[in-house]
Ligand binder design. Structure first.
Ligand SMILES: [Zn+2]
Length: 488
């Protein structure tokens, strides 16, 4: 079978049309204009707001005018990830969907993310806009920009933009589940200027690298016991005997990714290097034992290297590794009333000690705190800010999204569960995620809305291995059509 023959035909036609229009986060202008044009060509009321979100209105179908308004919502942008050998240019190349060579029940892309997250949601909304045979109350379609890198589209929605009562967020990634809540997040950033001195004559310099860790998404994988490369590197240096000086260090490149590698340049006095290396290797054995099952690839590499022009002195080097070790990091609390659900976590996503010319060594940190409790989230973020502030850093918060607290007794959830059972002969799994959804940003602006997050089954999102279950897309469409008809 080739992708053109997939069912439902209209939904896939719309999805393949999206694939041809590049739409990585922060570059949604072309897709935003295309959606706006499509709506106008269908004779629907459409407008683009200042950040590029598109809101379309479609009147109720005959006989459904007294139904409550429903908002269908999906984000336009996708995470641009390509395999290193793909040569893909996200600014201009179309995504090339294909069936998985070994598992043709899955659709994927050729060497890149597919963008089924959230392109299937967008494509389904286009079908609703086009199809005048469907039965529904007044519909609003909310297409947001930049969900994946800060949710700035959702953040820009004003309290007068939408009139509906129920919001269906089409950004969930499992057809067996409904999500009814999500964690709130705070991103907190700090910059600290450290004192630097020219390096001591005769000291020996080493690259110390922690590598081979699994990493993962801090909203989904934080409770899997995986190692954090930057923290482990600092732990190794903390146990090292005697004096040493640090020239630079780097760990991680995104707020929500658990760092898989970390590296530092470290200077050690002559004649002490053997004992120093031995202490690090011994501690690395303990770490390997602790990580055994969750992170079997952990590895420590120590290699001689050239000296940098300057470094932070021995006392401040110790202060620095202690400082990083003292930041709340990783899994902090589990929910007490939902099995195996994380309540609060923090991830030191970026740690960078950079050597930028005479007298200028800067520490830069970016932490992502998540919690289903806004009070706990504030508490952890305050603790991080306090620790860094006392060390002399300037701190700032770039994102602060509230938690979307589950409401297990909502009428929308009851209707959706009933509808799901009628179609599939079983109940959905009701869940709440530790990761963030745009619903959390709508909650304070539209406190009266009932919301639900649903979607087809997607595996490995945000990676070149992203794939979507073809069967689940058909199930998703049939369920969505039935649910929209049922909501009253
Ligand atoms: Zn998404």
């Amino acid at each position: 079978m080739n992708p053109e023959q997939l069912e439902p035909k209209n939904l896939w036609k719309n999805f393949f049309a999206l694939c041809a229009i590049p739409h990585p986060s922060h570059h949604e202008a072309a897709l935003s204009s295309w959606l706006h044009q499509q709506a106008k060509a269908l004779g629907l009321d459409s407008r683009q707001d200042i950040v590029g979100n598109v809101i379309v209105r479609k009147p109720a179908s005959p006989g459904f005018a007294n139904r409550p308004g429903i908002i269908l919502q999906a984000h336009m942008d996708m995470v641009p990830q390509a395999r290193s050998d793909s040569g893909h240019n996200f600014a201009k190349d179309p995504i090339q969907p294909r069936l998985h060579p070994d598992k043709p029940e899955w659709l994927m892309a050729s060497g890149t993310t597919l963008g089924a997250d959230d392109g299937i949601g967008v494509a389904a909304m286009l079908c609703f806009m086009e199809d005048n045979t469907l039965e529904h109350g007044p519909l609003e379609f909310l297409f947001t920009v930049n969900e994946e890198d800060g949710m700035t589209g959702a953040m820009a929605i004003s309290s007068t933009a939408l009139h509906g009562k129920y919001l269906l967020n089409l950004d969930w990634e499992d057809m067996d589940e409904f999500s009814i809540g999500c964690g709130g997040t705070i991103r907190t950033q700090a910059i600290l200027h450290l004192h630097s001195l020219p390096v001591e004559e005769g000291w020996q310099w080493f690259t110390v690298r922690v590598e081979g860790l699994v990493g993962g998404h801090s909203g989904i994988d934080i409770n899997r016991g995986r190692g954090h490369a930057g923290n482990l590197l600092c732990r190794l240096l903390e146990v090292a005997p005697g004096d040493y000086t640090i020239g630079d260090m780097a760990s991680g490149d995104a707020a929500s990714a658990i760092p898989r590698e970390a590296e530092a340049r470290v200077g050690v006095p002559p004649f002490e290097t053997a004992a120093w290396q031995q202490a690090l290797r011994l501690e690395a054995q303990y770490i390997a034992g602790e990580l055994d099952d969750s992170d079997p690839g952990f590895n420590l590499v120590i290699q001689p290297t050239d000296a940098p022009a300057q470094a932070i002195d021995a006392e401040e080097s110790r202060m620095f590794v202690n400082l990083i070790q003292s930041l709340p990091n990783g899994l902090l609390a589990m929910e007490t009333d939902i099995a195996n659900a994380v309540r609060t976590s923090s991830n030191l996503g970026i740690l960078k000690l950079s050597n930028e010319g005479p007298g200028a060594i800067f520490l830069e940190t970016l932490c992502m705190v998540r919690s289903s409790s806004d009070i706990e989230k504030e508490g952890v973020a305050n603790e991080i800010d306090d620790i860094l502030f006392k060390a002399g850093a300037t701190t700032k918060r770039t994102v602060n999204s509230p938690a979307w607290t589950p409401e297990p007794r909502s009428a929308l959830l009851a209707t959706a569960s009933h509808c799901y059972q009628n179609i599939f002969g079983k109940l959905p799994v009701i869940t709440a995620t530790h990761a963030a959804l745009e619903c959390s940003l709508f909650r304070p602006v539209y406190p009266h809305w009932e919301m639900l997050s649903i979607g087809p089954t997607i595996r490995n999102p945000h990676s070149p291995d992203e794939m979507v279950s073809v069967e689940s897309v058909a199930q998703f469409w049939h369920f969505l059509v039935a649910l929209v008809k049922e909501i009253r």
